[in-house]
Ligand binder design. Structure first.
Ligand SMILES: Nc1nc2c(c(=O)[nH]1)N[C@H]1C(S)=C(S)[C@@H](COP(=O)(O)OP(=O)(O)OC[C@H]3O[C@@H](n4cnc5c(N)ncnc54)[C@H](O)[C@@H]3O)O[C@H]1N2
Ligand code: MOO
Length: 393
């Protein structure tokens, strides 16, 4: 059976990242940069006051001063400030020519044009001044190509002068649930039917990634219907199915794919849960067949679907980061498949480990991590600390 890492590599090799697009900065959150962000301007563009108060010369302390004008953000003082003079100043305003320090207004009193020191005054020359270029200078590389744009990154791009950014494309994803037993969320179920939770779960897992999701609902376990449904998704970059991936008589995803001319790249991966995972191509779409068991669908989506979406969207490191527990924990001896335990980890210590049955759904609602128990290789290092993935951003 294919190793997890090999299967992951084969999956992302099935397609190149989508063509980058230019998007307004306000619509770039969560997208991957297709260009580096290079500062088009210097920030601050001039020396600015960091406080409300008075611009003074440090050498004039302890005052008093004659106030000769005002400098506010967006309305700088245009004259020169001579010895014994001060300029009323506000946070974000240009430092007047001749000034070298800021006296905060809590330490000053004013009587007409005369201003006197009432506190300790600025501790040194340059106090409360934000120097020109102290944040970044024109030409500085602020963000690298492939980085995911978060709120702070977008703010930096705007301050650097950008109104639009070239970012990776948004993959179109069709999600299909298969199974005669499935009913849509919220529909009452008798004891032969169950609510279909996988598609909603997958949509939630994809929520923070740049992609457009089309939930195609539920298809019955009939070969014609599965084929027709798969065909109808031909405009998608990714077609994801859940269920019907195994070997039973009613597991129809593989035969349906074969009947409509898909190329299957792999079926079955040495992982638990998730063994019957399949991947291939139909025309321009990549198809990912996830197993139906909720925990299997979750783990395979986490390790395969999400990285594939990141890859198509322009991320350079699409696979989840691996963390290490602070202490050892007793996991069952390694088996033929890498096992991913749904677990709770608090401050890098394992605090809970949940049921292993891939049909269980409650572990998914409680876990914040997947513990990794690598498949047996024969030369296991004895004292290796357990590795895990964080499930929460
Ligand atoms: N003889 C064998 N049987 C099975 C094998 C095997 O190797 N030999 N593999 C097992 C493993 S491992 C898994 S995982 C499952 C995967 O089966 P399928 O992908 O074919 O999934 P289904 O049979 O359709 O469903 C399994 C289970 O999950 C429930 N399900 C399906 N879809 C949804 C949904 N959208 N929302 C919630 N729950 C869903 C379904 O009702 C079943 O209970 O096969 C083993 N069998
Ligand atoms: O490998 Mo299957 O995904 O347990 O349950």
């Amino acid at each position: 059976m294919l190793k997890v890492e090999e299967a992951q590599a084969r999956l992302v090799a099935l397609a190149d990242p989508l063509a980058p697009v230019s998007r307004p900065v306000a619509a770039c959150a969560g997208h991957y940069l297709a260009e580096p962000v290079i500062a088009q301007r210097t920030q601050p563009a001039a020396d600015l006051s960091a406080m409300d108060g008075y611009a003074i010369r440090f050498a004039d302390l302890p005052g008093p001063w004659r106030v000769i004008g005002e400098s506010a953000a967006g309305r700088p003082f245009s004259g020169d400030m001579g010895p014994g003079e001060a300029v009323r100043i506000f946070t974000g305003a240009h430092l007047p020519m001749g000034a070298d320090s800021i006296l905060i207004q809590e330490e000053a009193s004013r009587d007409g044009a005369i201003m006197a020191l009432t506190g300790e005054g600025p501790p040194e020359t340059g106090a409360h001044i934000r120097r020109k270029g102290s944040d970044f200078s024109k030409g500085d590389a602020l963000l690298a190509m492939g980085e995911k744009l978060n709120a702070g990154g977008i703010a930096a791009a705007v301050m650097a002068g950008y109104g639009a950014l070239n970012v990776g494309g948004r993959p179109k994803i069709s999600i299909i649930a298969t199974g005669d037993e499935l009913r849509p969320a919220g529909v009452a179920c008798d004891d032969v039917h169950i609510p279909s939770s996988n598609s909603v779960m997958l949509t939630a897992m994809l929520a923070s990634l740049p992609c457009d999701i089309d939930d195609r609902g539920i298809v019955a376990d009939r070969l014609d219907d599965v084929e027709a449904m798969l065909r109808s998704c031909s405009g998608s970059d990714i077609i994801v199915t859940s269920g019907g991936a195994s070997v039973g008589d009613h597991d129809l995803v593989l035969p349906a794919l074969q009947n409509i001319g898909a190329t299957i790249d792999f079926w079955k991966v040495a992982m638990r849960p998730g063994k019957p995972l399949m991947a291939g191509r139909i025309g321009a779409s990549i198809v990912l067949g996830l197993p139906g068991n909720p925990s299997s669908a979750f783990v395979t989506a986490f390790l395969f679907l999400l990285p594939l979406v990141r890859h198509l969207a322009g991320c350079k490191a699409p696979f989840p980061e691996v963390f290490t527990l602070r202490d050892t924990c007793d996991l069952p001896p390694p088996g033929a498949r890498t096992e991913y335990f749904r677990a709770k980890i608090t401050n890098s210590y394992l605090t809970d480990i949940y049921g292993r049955d891939s049909g269980l759904i409650t572990p998914l609602s409680q876990a914040n991590a997947l513990l990794i128990n690598p498949q047996k290789t024969g030369d296991e290092a004895s004292a290796e600390l357990t590795k895990y993935y964080h499930l929460l951003d």
